[in-house]
Design a protein around this ligand. Structure first.
Ligand code: 5AD
Length: 361
């Protein structure tokens, strides 16, 4: 029996988590096994969301960050970064672009800032976006760890999805890639709070981190399942030259194949979640995101910020998505999706089915 058949049989016949079977799928280099894995993931996706592809217009609102994550290009101590914060009008302009393009949803992402001014600024911004776009856009936030009160205020102001990757489910590895005062437990507490307080909650990991094992990746899938996430965003770890992690491990990076396998396995195990074709995949292959769609992902996040901003939002080296928002970039993407038999969905929030099928207080 093939590796993926083995996995599916185990999932259907046993309540035990299929560690060994998942690990075997991650390790295989057999082209036929890999083909079968992606095809099983696509079948599962078609069962739960058809061939729909949802879009979220990504707006990178600021690269100012108070954190010093060892892997991230916009970490506070990277003095080479030219810092920016888009003002309200600039962000509104980008949000309206999402409306014009019929994308249905936006993601507001920035470096992490914890302050009452920031909480308030985002709150006001959300109210204004809701008002000026007549609530026609789904709003996802990706603004890091915050207090329960801040999350509540932002939810009340109109956001309904939150992305907060745990980066890895291995607490020791988490600690190796973050300064001491960033705690794994704190990150997990935020994810659990979001999920239990009515947010559509997304999490995920970087794939191919220095010191990360196949077992870690299998446990990442288990973590995402146990924490009942609605959305998953995972991509390859890509070294950024001006970070401590790259200076210590200059030759380590994630691969496209391992990232695609993770997407496929998450689809097979978690079934009705939304899975993003991470932007970082595009660094490894021009059609990385389309390949992710064929491995089980169902969400693409075209970048909507202006050139002057996007250039300075480099979490990793080699960011290539600089022309998503010119019309030819977008139509090229759509043309390729059409060739692959996929069906872009317009003017809908594109909520993950899992959010409605799971129980949440
Ligand atoms: N390589 C890949 N992904 C990265 N991120 C940050 N730095 C890198 C990097 N060097 C990812 C993290 C974070 C998300 C916003 O970007 O997973 O959660």
């Amino acid at each position: 029996m093939s590796l993926v058949r083995n996995l599916i049989t185990k999932l259907e016949s046993s309540a035990l988590f299929p560690h060994a079977e998942l690990s075997a799928c991650l390790r295989t280099s057999d082209a036929d096994e890999i083909r079968q894995l992606f095809s099983a993931a696509c079948k599962m996706k078609e069962r739960v969301t058809g061939r729909s592809v949802f879009f979220r217009g990504l707006i990178e609102i600021s690269n100012v960050c108070m954190r010093n994550c060892f892997y991230c290009g916009i970490r506070k101590d990277n003095a080479k970064v030219q810092r920016y914060s888009m003002d309200e009008d600039e962000i509104l302009h980008a949000a309206k672009k999402a409306l014009d393009l019929h994308l249905g949803s936006i993601v507001l992402q920035s470096g992490e800032i914890q302050s009452s001014e920031f909480t308030e600024r985002i709150e006001k911004l959300l109210l204004r976006i809701r008002r000026e776009t007549e609530e026609k856009l789904g709003i996802t936030l990706s603004l890091g760890e915050q207090s329960a009160e801040t999350y509540d205020r932002w939810k009340k102001a109109g956001a309904h999805r939150y992305l907060l990757r745990m980066e890895t489910s291995n607490p020791e590895l988490f600690q190796k890639i973050h300064p001491k005062k960033q705690r794994f437990e704190q990150r997990v507490a935020c994810i659990d709070y979001l999920s239990s307080s009515g947010w559509q909650t997304g999490s995920g990991v970087m794939i191919g981190l220095p010191g990360q094992t196949y077992d870690d990746l299998v446990n990442d899938i288990l973590f995402l399942k146990e924490h009942n996430v609605d959305m998953v965003g995972m991509g390859p770890y890509l070294p950024h030259p001006d970070t401590p992690l790259t200076q210590h491990f200059p030759y380590t990076s994630g691969t496209l194949l391992l990232s695609l396998k993770m997407i496929a396995l998450v689809r097979i195990v978690l079934k009705d979640v939304n899975i993003a074709a991470a932007t970082a995949l595009q660094v490894l292959a021009d059609d990385g995101r389309e390949q992710a769609i064929l491995a089980g992902a169902n969400v693409i996040m075209p970048n909507l910020g202006g050139e002057e901003f996007k250039r300075n939002y480099n979490l990793y080296e080699g960011k290539k998505d600089l022309n998503d928002n010119d019309d030819s970039g977008m139509s090229r993407l759509l043309e390729r999706l059409k060739q692959l038999g996929q069906k872009p969905v317009w003017d809908e929030y594109g909520d993950p089915r899992h959010f409605f099928s799971r129980s949440h207080p």
